[in-house]
Design a protein around this ligand. Sequence first.
Ligand code: PEP
Ligand code: MN
Length: 368
Amino acid sequence: MNLELDILPLFDDPVAKKRPLIIAGPCSAESEEQVLESARDLSAMGVRIFRAGIWKPRTRPNAFEGVGSTGLPWLKRVQEETGMLTAIEVANVKHVYEALKFGVDIIWIGARTSANPFAVQEIADTLKGLDIPVMIKNPVNPDVELWIGAIERIYGAGVKRIVAIHRGFSVFAKSNYRNHPHWQIPIELKRRIPNLPVITDPSHICGNRERLFEISQEAMDLNFDGIIIECHPDPDKAWSDAKQQITPAALKTILDKIIIRKSEVDNGLAMTLGELREEIDTLDDQIIDIFETRMKIADQIGQYKKSYNVAILQSKRWDSILNKRLDMGYKKGLSNEFITRVFRAIHQESINHQARIMNIEPEGEPET
Ligand code: PEP
Ligand code: MN
């Protein structure tokens, strides 16, 4: 699907429309001084779009929920003093009206809101006939259809300047990330809507400062269009998301270090790349053939289990299959996470095959 989007100029600014698009600013607007200090420092570094949360969606009550409309005149001062474009999160009709009243340049829909079609539709209905760029964060849950649905709702209201923000997905288990990146989801989004700009929010993916560079570089390596990152003049004292915010100077270090890869390959390189891609294609074909053979054997085992009335799942056997491969994978430089995922999927497919043989309905795809 190619939406008829106005890609260029995405935002009315000569620097802001070049790749990578950089958006920076504090998680929350806290005071006029804090907002202006961040904006001045970022503007001096060449950042053209300033973000700040005015209304903050907090997981638990009794946390700082944003300064509210009081902060909107501060953003006006940012525009007047620095010429930067301003961006804030909106979650309901009132927020949209307030943003427009105070001349905010760009609005974004947060991850909790984009997970709620009623809320997104209400915002979309409010935006009908208005011309303001809208950025749409991925929903908190890893559901590409829900993300696309939110984009379609906003697009359906006639909004032509849309950017998707990849901010990672909620996790239950303890993880290295605050929100797991699941890169395959924004990649799938790009595949489905190729002309949609997608930018990455390393701050909310990491939840800390340590891996911001790594995630930002990965976003560039995967050819995404930019980065939205949280910056605060005194991060440790921030009223929200203190652990993940960095100073404008630290952002400069990250941006200076990032390698921006070319979006398109030139001719000489295309030859080598073409050859390498052919090799990858051949290997991928072989992987499918091997899977087919493996499932045929699993079917035979299924027949055997059926004849002798043996249960499909043999936990000990599965444990030993996985441990052996984890060991082997480790020696070959393949991460535990990767091997576990691949083998879980293979094992599940074998179980599905054997369940079919035993005439039990296998686990189907979840309904959307
Ligand atoms: C934010 O950008 O500060 C924010 C609340 O983000 P998210 O909706 O991604 O949690
Ligand atoms: Mn935040």
